[in-house]
Design a protein around this ligand. Structure first.
Ligand SMILES: Nc1ncnc2c1ncn2[C@@H]1O[C@H](COP(=O)(O)OP(=O)(O)O)[C@@H](O)[C@H]1O
Ligand SMILES: [Mg+2]
Length: 310
Protein backbone atom coordinates (compact mmCIF):
# COMPACT_ATOMS: atom_id res chain seq x y z
CA UNK A 1 0.00 0.00 0.00
CA UNK A 2 2.86 2.26 0.93
CA UNK A 3 4.48 1.43 -2.41
CA UNK A 4 1.31 2.41 -4.31
CA UNK A 5 1.07 5.67 -2.44
CA UNK A 6 4.70 6.47 -3.20
CA UNK A 7 4.18 5.78 -6.94
CA UNK A 8 1.08 7.95 -6.95
CA UNK A 9 2.95 10.67 -5.22
CA UNK A 10 5.78 10.43 -7.76
CA UNK A 11 3.42 10.59 -10.70
CA UNK A 12 1.53 13.54 -9.27
CA UNK A 13 4.80 15.32 -8.64
CA UNK A 14 5.96 14.65 -12.19
CA UNK A 15 2.65 15.93 -13.54
CA UNK A 16 2.91 19.03 -11.39
CA UNK A 17 6.42 19.64 -12.73
CA UNK A 18 5.26 19.14 -16.33
CA UNK A 19 2.38 21.47 -15.70
CA UNK A 20 4.68 24.12 -14.33
CA UNK A 21 7.04 23.70 -17.27
CA UNK A 22 4.15 24.05 -19.71
CA UNK A 23 2.99 27.08 -17.81
CA UNK A 24 6.42 28.69 -18.02
CA UNK A 25 6.58 27.95 -21.75
CA UNK A 26 3.15 29.45 -22.24
CA UNK A 27 4.09 32.56 -20.31
CA UNK A 28 7.31 32.94 -22.26
CA UNK A 29 5.64 32.51 -25.62
CA UNK A 30 2.94 34.92 -24.54
CA UNK A 31 5.56 37.49 -23.64
CA UNK A 32 7.40 37.06 -26.95
CA UNK A 33 4.08 37.31 -28.77
CA UNK A 34 3.33 40.57 -27.03
CA UNK A 35 6.81 41.80 -27.89
CA UNK A 36 6.31 40.93 -31.55
CA UNK A 37 2.91 42.60 -31.64
CA UNK A 38 4.45 45.72 -30.09
CA UNK A 39 7.31 45.62 -32.61
CA UNK A 40 4.94 45.23 -35.57
CA UNK A 41 2.68 47.99 -34.24
CA UNK A 42 5.67 50.33 -34.02
CA UNK A 43 6.73 49.38 -37.56
CA UNK A 44 3.21 50.00 -38.80
CA UNK A 45 3.06 53.36 -37.10
CA UNK A 46 6.41 54.30 -38.65
CA UNK A 47 5.17 53.19 -42.09
CA UNK A 48 2.05 55.32 -41.62
CA UNK A 49 4.19 58.32 -40.66
CA UNK A 50 6.43 57.72 -43.73
CA UNK A 51 3.33 57.49 -45.93
CA UNK A 52 1.96 60.75 -44.57
CA UNK A 53 5.34 62.44 -45.18
CA UNK A 54 5.43 61.01 -48.71
CA UNK A 55 1.92 62.21 -49.40
CA UNK A 56 2.92 65.67 -48.27
CA UNK A 57 5.97 65.53 -50.57
CA UNK A 58 3.77 64.43 -53.51
CA UNK A 59 1.31 67.27 -52.86
CA UNK A 60 4.20 69.72 -52.64
CA UNK A 61 5.72 68.29 -55.81
CA UNK A 62 2.37 68.57 -57.62
CA UNK A 63 2.03 72.17 -56.47
CA UNK A 64 5.53 73.02 -57.75
CA UNK A 65 4.82 71.20 -61.06
CA UNK A 66 1.58 73.13 -61.47
CA UNK A 67 3.28 76.46 -60.76
CA UNK A 68 6.08 75.56 -63.18
CA UNK A 69 3.58 74.59 -65.90
CA UNK A 70 1.59 77.78 -65.37
CA UNK A 71 4.76 79.86 -65.53
CA UNK A 72 5.93 78.18 -68.72
CA UNK A 73 2.47 78.61 -70.25
CA UNK A 74 2.37 82.28 -69.29
CA UNK A 75 5.85 82.99 -70.67
CA UNK A 76 5.11 81.02 -73.85
CA UNK A 77 1.84 82.82 -74.29
CA UNK A 78 3.47 86.21 -73.88
CA UNK A 79 6.25 85.21 -76.28
CA UNK A 80 4.04 83.79 -78.98
CA UNK A 81 2.60 87.03 -80.36
CA UNK A 82 5.87 89.02 -80.63
CA UNK A 83 7.73 85.93 -81.88
CA UNK A 84 5.13 85.31 -84.57
CA UNK A 85 5.35 88.94 -85.63
CA UNK A 86 9.18 88.87 -85.76
CA UNK A 87 9.08 85.66 -87.76
CA UNK A 88 6.43 87.07 -90.12
CA UNK A 89 8.56 90.16 -90.85
CA UNK A 90 11.71 88.11 -91.35
CA UNK A 91 9.71 85.80 -93.59
CA UNK A 92 8.85 88.74 -95.87
CA UNK A 93 12.47 89.87 -96.05
CA UNK A 94 13.75 86.34 -96.49
CA UNK A 95 11.33 85.57 -99.29
CA UNK A 96 12.30 88.78 -101.12
CA UNK A 97 8.79 90.26 -100.90
CA UNK A 98 10.06 93.21 -98.86
CA UNK A 99 12.53 94.16 -101.59
CA UNK A 100 16.16 93.49 -102.44
CA UNK A 101 18.73 93.20 -99.67
CA UNK A 102 22.48 92.85 -99.97
CA UNK A 103 23.95 89.39 -100.04
CA UNK A 104 25.47 89.81 -96.56
CA UNK A 105 22.18 91.06 -95.14
CA UNK A 106 20.34 88.15 -96.79
CA UNK A 107 22.67 85.70 -95.07
CA UNK A 108 22.02 87.30 -91.69
CA UNK A 109 18.27 87.42 -92.32
CA UNK A 110 18.36 83.74 -93.25
CA UNK A 111 19.92 82.88 -89.87
CA UNK A 112 17.47 85.11 -87.96
CA UNK A 113 14.53 83.71 -89.97
CA UNK A 114 15.51 80.10 -89.21
CA UNK A 115 16.00 80.76 -85.53
CA UNK A 116 12.77 82.71 -85.19
CA UNK A 117 10.94 79.84 -86.89
CA UNK A 118 12.48 77.47 -84.39
CA UNK A 119 11.32 79.66 -81.50
CA UNK A 120 7.78 79.99 -82.87
CA UNK A 121 7.55 76.20 -83.20
CA UNK A 122 8.94 75.69 -79.72
CA UNK A 123 6.57 78.16 -78.08
CA UNK A 124 3.55 76.78 -79.97
CA UNK A 125 4.59 73.25 -79.03
CA UNK A 126 4.79 74.12 -75.34
CA UNK A 127 1.38 75.79 -75.43
CA UNK A 128 -0.19 72.84 -77.24
CA UNK A 129 1.34 70.32 -74.85
CA UNK A 130 -0.06 72.39 -72.01
CA UNK A 131 -3.52 72.40 -73.58
CA UNK A 132 -3.42 68.65 -74.12
CA UNK A 133 -2.30 67.99 -70.53
CA UNK A 134 -5.17 70.13 -69.25
CA UNK A 135 -7.64 68.43 -71.62
CA UNK A 136 -8.32 71.79 -73.28
CA UNK A 137 -7.36 71.01 -76.88
CA UNK A 138 -10.34 71.86 -79.04
CA UNK A 139 -11.23 70.50 -82.48
CA UNK A 140 -13.15 72.29 -85.16
CA UNK A 141 -14.11 69.21 -87.11
CA UNK A 142 -15.80 69.22 -90.51
CA UNK A 143 -15.67 67.40 -93.84
CA UNK A 144 -12.70 68.57 -95.93
CA UNK A 145 -10.92 67.63 -99.15
CA UNK A 146 -7.67 65.99 -98.16
CA UNK A 147 -5.47 66.70 -101.19
CA UNK A 148 -5.60 70.53 -100.99
CA UNK A 149 -4.86 70.25 -97.30
CA UNK A 150 -1.77 68.13 -97.93
CA UNK A 151 -0.74 70.54 -100.73
CA UNK A 152 -0.98 73.42 -98.28
CA UNK A 153 1.09 71.49 -95.71
CA UNK A 154 3.78 70.77 -98.30
CA UNK A 155 3.82 74.39 -99.51
CA UNK A 156 4.14 75.93 -96.09
CA UNK A 157 6.98 73.59 -95.10
CA UNK A 158 8.88 73.74 -98.37
CA UNK A 159 11.22 76.54 -97.29
CA UNK A 160 12.09 74.60 -94.14
CA UNK A 161 12.88 71.48 -96.20
CA UNK A 162 14.98 73.55 -98.65
CA UNK A 163 17.23 74.40 -95.74
CA UNK A 164 18.09 70.70 -95.42
CA UNK A 165 18.27 70.07 -99.18
CA UNK A 166 15.10 67.95 -99.06
CA UNK A 167 12.35 67.88 -101.70
CA UNK A 168 8.74 67.05 -100.84
CA UNK A 169 6.90 64.94 -103.39
CA UNK A 170 3.12 64.77 -103.05
CA UNK A 171 1.23 61.95 -104.71
CA UNK A 172 -1.98 63.53 -105.95
CA UNK A 173 -3.57 60.31 -107.20
CA UNK A 174 -6.75 60.54 -105.10
CA UNK A 175 -8.09 64.09 -105.41
CA UNK A 176 -11.64 63.13 -104.44
CA UNK A 177 -10.84 61.85 -100.97
CA UNK A 178 -12.53 63.73 -98.14
CA UNK A 179 -11.95 63.35 -94.42
CA UNK A 180 -13.82 64.40 -91.30
CA UNK A 181 -11.21 66.39 -89.42
CA UNK A 182 -10.07 69.77 -88.16
CA UNK A 183 -7.98 71.12 -91.08
CA UNK A 184 -5.78 73.33 -88.88
CA UNK A 185 -4.94 70.42 -86.62
CA UNK A 186 -4.19 68.17 -89.61
CA UNK A 187 -1.81 70.89 -90.87
CA UNK A 188 -0.16 70.88 -87.47
CA UNK A 189 0.37 67.09 -87.61
CA UNK A 190 1.68 67.33 -91.16
CA UNK A 191 4.03 70.20 -90.24
CA UNK A 192 5.65 68.07 -87.58
CA UNK A 193 5.87 64.92 -89.72
CA UNK A 194 7.24 66.85 -92.71
CA UNK A 195 9.60 68.79 -90.47
CA UNK A 196 10.92 65.59 -88.90
CA UNK A 197 11.20 63.86 -92.28
CA UNK A 198 13.22 66.84 -93.57
CA UNK A 199 15.54 67.30 -90.62
CA UNK A 200 16.18 63.58 -90.07
CA UNK A 201 16.88 62.79 -93.75
CA UNK A 202 19.99 62.60 -95.80
CA UNK A 203 20.54 65.87 -97.74
CA UNK A 204 19.51 65.63 -101.37
CA UNK A 205 16.79 63.00 -100.84
CA UNK A 206 13.03 63.15 -101.38
CA UNK A 207 10.22 62.89 -98.87
CA UNK A 208 7.11 61.28 -100.29
CA UNK A 209 3.56 62.10 -99.11
CA UNK A 210 0.80 59.69 -100.10
CA UNK A 211 -2.78 58.96 -99.11
CA UNK A 212 -4.76 55.77 -99.37
CA UNK A 213 -8.34 54.81 -98.59
CA UNK A 214 -8.58 52.13 -95.91
CA UNK A 215 -12.27 52.26 -95.19
CA UNK A 216 -13.55 53.67 -92.88
CA UNK A 217 -10.27 55.61 -92.67
CA UNK A 218 -7.89 57.38 -94.99
CA UNK A 219 -4.21 56.73 -94.35
CA UNK A 220 -1.67 59.50 -94.93
CA UNK A 221 1.97 58.46 -95.16
CA UNK A 222 5.13 60.55 -94.96
CA UNK A 223 8.15 58.56 -96.12
CA UNK A 224 11.75 59.72 -95.88
CA UNK A 225 15.11 58.24 -96.81
CA UNK A 226 16.90 59.08 -93.59
CA UNK A 227 18.91 56.72 -91.37
CA UNK A 228 15.81 55.54 -89.44
CA UNK A 229 14.86 55.65 -85.78
CA UNK A 230 17.38 54.03 -83.40
CA UNK A 231 15.87 50.75 -82.02
CA UNK A 232 16.16 51.55 -78.28
CA UNK A 233 14.34 54.83 -78.86
CA UNK A 234 11.35 53.48 -80.82
CA UNK A 235 9.19 52.59 -77.80
CA UNK A 236 9.53 56.12 -76.37
CA UNK A 237 9.13 58.12 -79.56
CA UNK A 238 5.62 59.45 -78.80
CA UNK A 239 6.46 60.50 -75.25
CA UNK A 240 6.68 64.17 -74.31
CA UNK A 241 10.20 65.64 -74.61
CA UNK A 242 11.56 62.35 -76.01
CA UNK A 243 14.38 63.04 -78.46
CA UNK A 244 17.23 61.16 -80.09
CA UNK A 245 19.74 61.93 -82.81
CA UNK A 246 19.50 59.39 -85.63
CA UNK A 247 22.77 57.70 -86.64
CA UNK A 248 25.12 59.79 -88.76
CA UNK A 249 23.19 63.07 -88.42
CA UNK A 250 24.11 66.17 -86.44
CA UNK A 251 21.88 67.22 -83.55
CA UNK A 252 18.88 69.16 -84.86
CA UNK A 253 17.57 70.96 -81.78
CA UNK A 254 13.80 70.77 -81.33
CA UNK A 255 11.76 70.14 -78.22
CA UNK A 256 10.73 66.50 -78.48
CA UNK A 257 7.11 67.62 -78.19
CA UNK A 258 6.05 67.34 -81.85
CA UNK A 259 5.16 63.66 -82.02
CA UNK A 260 3.41 63.64 -78.65
CA UNK A 261 1.23 66.50 -79.90
CA UNK A 262 0.66 64.83 -83.28
CA UNK A 263 -0.47 61.65 -81.49
CA UNK A 264 -2.87 63.55 -79.23
CA UNK A 265 -4.33 65.39 -82.23
CA UNK A 266 -4.76 62.31 -84.42
CA UNK A 267 -6.35 60.39 -81.56
CA UNK A 268 -8.52 63.39 -80.72
CA UNK A 269 -9.77 63.26 -84.30
CA UNK A 270 -10.65 59.58 -83.91
CA UNK A 271 -7.63 58.20 -85.79
CA UNK A 272 -4.31 56.56 -85.07
CA UNK A 273 -0.67 57.33 -85.70
CA UNK A 274 2.23 54.92 -86.20
CA UNK A 275 5.50 54.36 -88.02
CA UNK A 276 7.72 51.78 -89.64
CA UNK A 277 11.44 52.34 -89.79
CA UNK A 278 14.63 50.79 -91.12
CA UNK A 279 18.15 51.98 -91.85
CA UNK A 280 17.00 53.01 -95.34
CA UNK A 281 14.21 55.31 -94.18
CA UNK A 282 11.16 55.90 -92.06
CA UNK A 283 7.44 56.12 -92.81
CA UNK A 284 5.08 57.83 -90.41
CA UNK A 285 1.40 57.31 -91.07
CA UNK A 286 -1.83 58.51 -89.55
CA UNK A 287 -5.44 57.58 -90.20
CA UNK A 288 -8.34 59.98 -90.33
CA UNK A 289 -12.02 59.06 -90.61
CA UNK A 290 -13.11 59.23 -94.24
CA UNK A 291 -15.99 61.66 -94.78
CA UNK A 292 -19.18 60.27 -96.25
CA UNK A 293 -19.40 61.77 -99.68
CA UNK A 294 -22.28 64.04 -100.54
CA UNK A 295 -23.69 61.49 -103.00
CA UNK A 296 -23.91 58.74 -100.37
CA UNK A 297 -25.73 61.17 -98.05
CA UNK A 298 -28.23 61.81 -100.83
CA UNK A 299 -28.67 58.07 -101.41
CA UNK A 300 -29.42 57.50 -97.73
CA UNK A 301 -31.81 60.44 -97.79
CA UNK A 302 -33.61 59.19 -100.90
CA UNK A 303 -33.86 55.71 -99.46
CA UNK A 304 -35.50 57.14 -96.35
CA UNK A 305 -37.89 59.17 -98.52
CA UNK A 306 -38.97 56.06 -100.43
CA UNK A 307 -39.74 54.09 -97.30
CA UNK A 308 -43.52 53.72 -96.84
CA UNK A 309 -44.70 55.78 -93.91
CA UNK A 310 -46.15 53.87 -91.02
N1 LIG B 1 11.45 60.69 -89.73
C1 LIG B 1 12.23 60.44 -88.68
N2 LIG B 1 13.41 59.76 -88.83
C2 LIG B 1 14.20 59.49 -87.78
N3 LIG B 1 13.93 59.86 -86.51
C3 LIG B 1 12.79 60.54 -86.30
C4 LIG B 1 11.89 60.85 -87.36
N4 LIG B 1 10.83 61.53 -86.84
C5 LIG B 1 11.08 61.63 -85.51
N5 LIG B 1 12.24 61.04 -85.18
C6 LIG B 1 12.81 60.93 -83.82
O1 LIG B 1 11.80 61.21 -82.89
C7 LIG B 1 12.21 62.26 -81.99
C8 LIG B 1 11.00 63.03 -81.53
O2 LIG B 1 10.40 63.75 -82.58
P1 LIG B 1 9.51 65.00 -82.22
O3 LIG B 1 8.56 64.62 -81.13
O4 LIG B 1 8.92 65.54 -83.46
O5 LIG B 1 10.53 66.03 -81.57
P2 LIG B 1 11.66 66.96 -82.25
O6 LIG B 1 11.34 67.06 -83.71
O7 LIG B 1 11.49 68.26 -81.55
O8 LIG B 1 12.97 66.31 -81.96
C9 LIG B 1 13.23 63.05 -82.78
O9 LIG B 1 14.14 63.76 -81.93
C10 LIG B 1 13.93 61.95 -83.59
O10 LIG B 1 14.91 61.30 -82.80
MG1 LIG C 1 9.47 67.31 -84.56
Amino acid sequence: MKKDEARLFDRTKRHALELEEANTLLRESNESLEERVAERTAELQQALRDLAALQQQVTEHERIEKTKDELIALVSHELRTPMTSIHGSLDLVHSGLAGEVSRDAARLVEIAWRNSQHLVRLVSGILDAQKIAAGRMTFNTRDVDLLPLLQQAVESNRAYADGFGITFVLDGAAPEVRVTADPDRVLQVMTNLLGNAAKFSTAGSDVLVTMERQSPFVRVRVTDHGPGIPPPFRARIFQKFAQATPAGLPSRGGSGLGLSIAKAIVEGLGGRIGFSTASAGTTFHFDLPEARRASSHREVFEEAECRPSL
